[in-house]
Ligand binder design. Sequence first.
Ligand code: AHR
Length: 502
Amino acid sequence: MTVTIDVDLGDAIGAVPRRLFGSFVEHVGRAVHTGVHEPGHPAADARGFRRDVLDLVRELGPTVVRYPGGNFVSSHRWEDGVGPVAERPTRLDPAWHSVEGNEFGLHEFVAWAREAGVEPMYAVNLGTRGIQEAADVLEYCNHPGGTTLSERRRANGADEPFGIRLWCLGNEVDGPWQVGHKTAAEYGRLAAETARLMRMIDPDVELVVTGSSNAEMPTFGAWERTVLTHTAALVDHISVHAYYQEHDGDVDSYLASGAAFDRYLKATASIIDDTLAELALAKDIGIAVDEWNVWDQRHWNEVEQPRLRSGPPRKHPRVIEDTYTVTDAVVVGSLLNTLLRNVDRVTVANLAQLVNVIAPIRSEPGGPAWRQTTFHPFRAAAAHARGTSVRTTVTGTPIRTAQHGPVDPVDAAATVDERTGGVAVFLANRSTAAATDVRLSLHGGRFTLADAHTVTVPPGATRHAANTEHSQPVEPVPLTGAHPLPHPEGTTISVTLPALSW
Ligand code: AHR
């Protein structure tokens, strides 16, 4: 099959926000404990930060990391995670049926974020707590000094304010599973009052109000309208959470998940526009996709969660340590493409999560850390998608899917970096059966081919090939055979994409 892809370098969608390549560290399972933090591990530094994991985080290249939850945050007391470690309380974490020892808390997170070179993004508890506690943690973090809370931060070792800019007003409050679940009206009022007070304490904060937990929520749409009616004047972003999985071996639909993601983002954007118009508010509200990934939630809901809840709560149990395949990597790559094609509306996006729990990086207690398959598309996009995202047009026989209808056989996104003149093109071949010949035409400039790599099924393996602690066969390999063709006023590159490849 031959597919033509036209990339119009003059047809800008928008600037690629650096925050598009964010991630997420929650107190769940082994994300924090034995993930980013493991005192006594041979690779740990004096603070217990695993340097092997930090090296992989830096290589992955996330720009902003959300913390401390997730579902965890909705019953979390931020004060538990500050002060001398030996004096910190041990608490039940009802969200994840666990015990939290708080050995890693706010100061450790900010220090770790600095080491990792990422911007911290902090979520406040609007489940069991409210306006005052949100204001308190903000004052503790960002007020320079001279008040009880800011002096407490200084006494705890941080003389300078943390200067955290990006704050989430709760998490998945629309979900009945959430501790402190609320109706849209209840949450909208609480979020508005919290936002108002937080802005009085620090006018420079950027606030993310909670949108829907997924596009299938019965309240999706109505939730956003009501919440924004209360908060639009006070917030900067509204969140979207989106997780995708393969259902019943329907790999074609799974590989087309980006189509559903795209509809979800566009629907959210229209609701934002309608609500702002109704309120006669002349401002922009961005979409913060502050959790997205592929995740086998059926396994979590039907197998892991019942098993977890049948025993006593324990410290950092092994949960949701999904092992990702080549197929998952191609889906993650195409979800990144979806984000790149929506940069006119998406301001922040966080791959959920970063280490061990549905994560591109895995680590074993006392053992090694390694790259999952999904590490590779994220790393490449974070490294190369710079400057402006430009429109791509794909022409070829569509793939018909049961869940999402017809989709492009090759999923495409492209960016042009005005500073360097570099163009990056990201392609996902959704065909599992055959290699696809692509004629890629770049309009608006003549280019040489600098580099072409692919993540695909290793020789002799299947689409289920995965990386484990012992071997990591799935990694980027040079995409051979790509070559420029004569073109009168641009550049055409002929390239063959292996079956199921990114
Ligand atoms: O990322 C795992 C969980 O998924 C988060 O805690 C929650 O917000 C979402 O349901």
